[in-house]
Every structure is written in structure tokens, then in C-alpha cells.
Design a protein around this ligand. Structure first.
Ligand SMILES: [Zn+2]
Length: 392
């Protein structure tokens, strides 16, 4: 069909589906107060029913934007609701319960001991890991060093090694967080995660903003991936991730939107555009080409998640792709460049996604903006938010 372009499915390498219902929260807060005042109280108020609405809203948004795989930092409880919803959505979902146990830094109603947390991860592994033709996968997810005791981090690393599971955590997102870790351990955040055994080739670390040369070589040496979340980092005033430096050191850098509470949108086109533009603001010689950021949002994402199968649109690879309609929306003309990458990254958006196909099945078509009824109706969203607020 004329004007239709096929691309590998986008991979959201860092999301919080439990936060989609927290979209459009307070402005002007940095990471720690934003967690303590907005995110953690609302996460603690989630029941399975509200979590399902939050996940439906987030996953419908992802499918309508050409996303075929996500790595989701869930919340402490009700992870079954996330797996059930992801199974219905039909995309590739890697997630699990969040581990946080530090009695000083975390709220009492949103923590579990290391033993409870890892027992829950093990239960999820036996119930969900490998289900839906392998599309559902369980990850080990200590939230970040600040929220976890040293014992939990070490046990989580050991458990993940034993079962060869993906490890997903946050690190070096804000300066305050880095200072807390340095005060407690005497090490940089990244060095500390290496020390407790959490930096592995199966690990995806979100952010890695406040990092230096020795952190980059630590990450590269352990083949740990980074999920860069530019719009979240800008909205929370966290800083700018040194992506060209990380890539030059040999680190695979994927892209993610983070939760909808951090940046108000789960839009891979927005993340690509920002990732491509940010190096230019740092007065460094390196740039990222449109092709490079498209690769970060697709192939490098698949590598960061450790998704099995060949990469890209090749025979034998999983049939995960999006079809873009270059004539929809506002991206014509496309005749000035030999390659399509600049048009995809700089002028296309969700309006251009005609179909999203995961594992050979059409999961979104532009003609049906309800995503097969999967997207919650406005009254369902309002009711779920009212229910959350009544428990906060
Ligand atoms: Zn996050």
C-alpha cells in the first residue's frame, strides 16, 4: 500500500503502569518529594481494580503508539492484576512486584520485608513467567538503592542469578538520591549496585544521569543496559543523561517514558525526539542521529529487556512490528531525504500509527481508537481515580 512504512515494534524499556492514573499531578517537585507526596501515597492506595484500570489505560496508549514490548516497574502489591491485564493486551510484558523494605525511607503501607517481597516474586514466577507463548516474563525489581536495605539488594541479586531473571531498578536519577547512597555506602550508586551483585547482562537500570567515567566503564564491563527517559528527566528536573558518553563506553542505551505521572505521556515518538535533541544542549561534539534513536527505541530496547529471537524485520524473528501511515497526520512531504528515519523521529507521531502487530496478531488498528474496547472509558477512569483518592 502506498505510503505505508513497516518498522520493528517500539520497546518501552522503563514504565510504571500503576502510575497512569496519577497523570497530571503536582508540578515543580523534584524526585524525592514527588515520590513522598504524590506517587507513594497513591501507589499504596491501589486495589487490584484500580490497578487494572491504570494498566489498561497505559497499555492501550502504548499499543496505539506502535509499542510491542514494555518493561514495567509495578508496585509492591497486586502484581497479578498487571500480568492479567498485560495478557489481555497481548503485548510483550516484563514486570513483577516492586521490592522496597527500608524502614526509614519508605512508607509503612508500601513496603514488604525482603523475605516477603522475594517470596511474592517467586510466586509470580511460578504463576506467570513464560505464559502467553513467552510474552509474559517476570523481573526482579528492587525499586532503587535508597528504598532497599543492603540485605534485600544482595538477596534479590542472588535470586535473579539463580533463576536467570531480568533485573530492573532505578539508579542515579537525582542528585539527592546519589548523596543518600554515598552517605550510606561511601560508594557511587552504580559502584554500589555492582558491589551487591545487581549489575549483570540481564540488568536494565533506569536513568543513570549523575554518573561519571568510572560508572560508565562499570556498566559497560558488566554489560548492563540503561533505560534513558528524557521527558521524565526534564519534567522532574533530574538532569540530562550522558547518552553519547555511555554509548561510547559500550553501554546499550534503550528508551522509556517512565510513568505517566513523571512526564504525562507514554509516547515513544516524544522520547525519540527529545533523545535526539538533548546532546545538542550540552555543547558536546557528539550527536545522536535519527537512525540511532530509532534503533534505541526498537532493537536496543529488545536487547535491554533480553527479549529472545532475532532483532528487527528478518525471517524467523518474532512478528512484532508497527505499520506507519506516512500520509496520515502532518508529516508530508517525505521526498527530501533518501532515508525515512528523520521523518519518523522528527515529524511523525501517534497519528501515523496505522497498525500495531505483536507476535503475529494485530493488537491495534487506527480505525478503532478504543483499542478493541481495551482503553477504559472516561467514566471508568474517573471512578478509579475517585476510588484511589478515597483511600489516600
Ligand atoms: Zn521510574
Amino acid at each position: 500500500v502506498r505510503g505505508m512504512w513497516i518498522i520493528p515494534g517500539f520497546v518501552q524499556a522503563h514504565l510504571h503502569l500503576c502510575q497512569t492514573l496519577l497523570r497530571n499531578g503536582p508540578e515543580g517537585l523534584e524526585l524525592m518529594p514527588w515520590l513522598e507526596q504524590h506517587v507513594w501515597p497513591a501507589e499504596a492506595a491501589h486495589e487490584a481494580e484500580t490497578l487494572v484500570v491504570s494498566a489498561r489505560l497505559g497499555l492501550a496508549e502504548c499499543l496505539s503508539a506502535g509499542v510491542t514490548a514494555v518493561l514495567d516497574m509495578g508496585t509492591v502489591r497486586h502484581a497479578d492484576a498487571l500480568f492479567r491485564t498485560a495478557a489481555r493486551a497481548g503485548l510483550r510484558y516484563t514486570g513483577g512486584n516492586v521490592l522496597m523494605d527500608d524502614p526509614v525511607t519508605t512508607p509503612v503501607n508500601l513496603r514488604a520485608t525482603a523475605a516477603e517481597g522475594l517470596a511474592e516474586t517467586e510466586r509470580l514466577r511460578s504463576d506467570w513467567h513464560g505464559r502467553e507463548r513467552g510474552r509474559l516474563r517476570v523481573a526482579v525489581q528492587p525499586r532503587f538503592a535508597v528504598a532497599c536495605t543492603d540485605g534485600l539488594l544482595r538477596e534479590a541479586a542472588e535470586y535473579a542469578r539463580e533463576h536467570e531473571l531480568t533485573i530492573h531498578t532505578h539508579a542515579s536519577e537525582s542528585k539527592e538520591e546519589c548523596q543518600l547512597v554515598a552517605k550510606r555506602t561511601g560508594l557511587s550508586n552504580i559502584r554500589y549496585l555492582a558491589e551487591v551483585g545487581l549489575l549483570t547482562p540481564r540488568t536494565c537500570v533506569a536513568h543513570a544521569i549523575h554518573t561519571d567515567e568510572s560508572d560508565w566503564s562499570e556498566l559497560a564491563g558488566r554489560q548492563t543496559s540503561v533505560a534513558h527517559c528524557p521527558s521524565s528527566n526534564l519534567r522532574l528536573g533530574s538532569g540530562v543523561c550522558p547518552v553519547p558518553e555511555l554509548r561510547r563506553a559500550g553501554v546499550v542505551v534503550a528508551l522509556g517514558s517512565d510513568g505517566a505521572a513523571c512526564n504525562n505521556s507514554l509516547d515513544p515518538f516524544r522520547e525519540m525526539r527529545m533523545a535526539a535533541s538533548l546532546p545538542g544542549t550540552r555543547l558536546i561534539p557528539e550527536t545522536l542521529s535519527a537512525f540511532e534513536v530509532l534503533r534505541m527505541m526498537t532493537w536496543d530496547g529488545a536487547r535491554a529487556l533480553g527479549l529472545p529471537g532475532a532483532e528487527g524485520l528478518v525471517p524467523g524473528a518474532p512478528a512484532d512490528f508497527a505499520i506507519l501511515d506516512s500520509e496520515a497526520g502532518w508529516s508530508l512531504p517525505v521526498e527530501w531525504a533518501e532515508e525515512p528515519y528523520g521523518a519518523i523521529v522528527y515529524s511523525m507521531g501517534r497519528d501515523n500509527v496505522a497498525f500495531t502487530v505483536v507476535d503475529g496478531v494485530v493488537r491495534y488498528r487506527a480505525k478503532d481508537p478504543t483499542v478493541g474496547g481495551f482503553k477504559p472509558r472516561p467514566d471508568e477512569i474517573r471512578a478509579a481515580v475517585a476510588s484511589l483518592k478515597s483511600r489516600m
